[in-house]
Design a protein around this ligand. Structure first.
Ligand SMILES: Nc1ncnc2c1ncn2[C@@H]1O[C@H](COP(=O)(O)OP(=O)(O)OP(=O)(O)O)[C@@H](O)[C@H]1O
Ligand SMILES: O=P(O)(O)OC[C@H]1O[C@H](OP(=O)(O)OP(=O)(O)O)[C@H](O)[C@@H]1O
Ligand SMILES: [Mg+2]
Length: 280
């Protein structure tokens, strides 16, 4: 049985369960359920705080986990990132009252509030910056107004929370984060490869669409240059003399522009269809 940790609450929880469901696994229907056994697929899911997930995996108590890259690094756990999952994207930034701070040089001697003390302390140490770090559980933006800190270091997604608090980021992005799959390294546990392949299948199905079109044979090499597919496109004869049908996976982004270009060079009957799952 592969033992998998899944975020039970917060920004990553819903998308993680959705991805697992799309990968063909059972997921809980009630957010109070703490574990769920999917015996048919040989997986047991444990719903845990995303901040704790890398620790369980690093200790070897659980085999695989879904968490944020920022939470993994902050934990200092002996777990490794093995796959980006394409959701839960955020940037980790220093921020202060808008207009007051110009760059990281301004951090020296300041009081920094954050929920991610591991990341912040490592960063300050690497840069040789001397500043004090206070750990807060959340709502760190308010700590400046209340006089507890001069600067915060926090997750920024849309930036609307910072703006509402009259704060602005300064300096470079400390970390680009997203949801990732983590394991402990060493020998892969039984069932791990199948689990990864299923998630990869969903990632690819989300990123690609299937494109079909008909084109005169004389233009096929030009068309295939535009839609090379993953291995190579399928080209089949049509009943109509001098025409072929082409089928290839293409990136979802830019697929409308690609349809325009194919039309320009003589393709007709151009169809786009969603892919629901795949194994490459
Ligand atoms: N808008 C966001 N706010 C917070 N975390 C976010 C956001 N968008 C993505 N994330 C990512 O989600 C993870 C944090 O999730 P976590 O559940 O610990 O906090 P949360 O979403 O703020 O939930 P809560 O504060 O309600 O417990 C991090 O990896 C973070 O980068
Ligand atoms: O850039 P934004 O889209 O505004 O999102 C980022 C904000 O969301 C999170 O807070 P959350 O709502 O989780 O509250 P918390 O501080 O209590 O964790 C995070 O800590 C930021 O404050
Ligand atoms: Mg939060």
């Amino acid at each position: 049985m592969l033992r998998v940790a899944v975020p039970n609450k917060g920004s990553l929880s819903q998308s993680a369960s959705e991805m697992l469901r799309e990968s063909g696994y059972r997921q809980r229907h009630d957010s109070k359920e703490l574990t769920l056994l999917d015996a048919e697929n040989g997986v047991e899911f444990f719903y845990l705080r995303p901040r704790d997930i890398a620790l369980y995996v690093g200790e070897g108590t659980l085999d695989v986990g879904i968490t944020g890259r920022d939470l993994l690094l902050d934990s200092g756990a002996k777990a490794d990132e093995v796959m980006e999952l394409g959701f839960g994207g955020s940037r980790f930034h220093f921020a202060g009252p808008a207009g007051r701070y110009a760059g990281l040089d301004d951090l020296a001697g300041k009081r920094i509030a954050t929920s991610y003390t591991g990341i912040v302390r490592d960063f300050l140490q690497q840069r040789g910056i001397d500043a004090s770090v206070t750990r807060l559980d959340g709502a760190v933006e308010t700590s400046i107004q209340l006089g507890v800190a001069d600067v915060i270091a926090d997750v920024v997604e849309t930036g609307s929370t910072l703006k509402a608090a009259g704060l602005a980021t300064f300096g470079e992005v400390i970390l680009d984060s997203e949801a990732v799959l983590v394991t402990r390294g060493g020998e892969a546990p039984a069932g791990f490869e199948v689990f990864c392949r299923r998630l990869e299948g969903v990632l690819v199905a989300r990123t690609y669409v299937m494109m079909d079109y008909d084109i005169p044979s004389s233009r096929v090499s030009q068309a295939v240059g535009l839609t090379p597919g993953i291995e190579s496109p399928t080209v089949s004869p049509l009943h109509r003399e001098g025409w072929v049908a082409v089928r290839a996976m293409v990136p979802r982004n830019g697929s409308q522009r690609l349809m325009d270009e194919l039309y320009e060079i003589g393709a007709r009957g151009i169809l786009l269809t969603d892919i629901h799952a795949c194994r490459l």
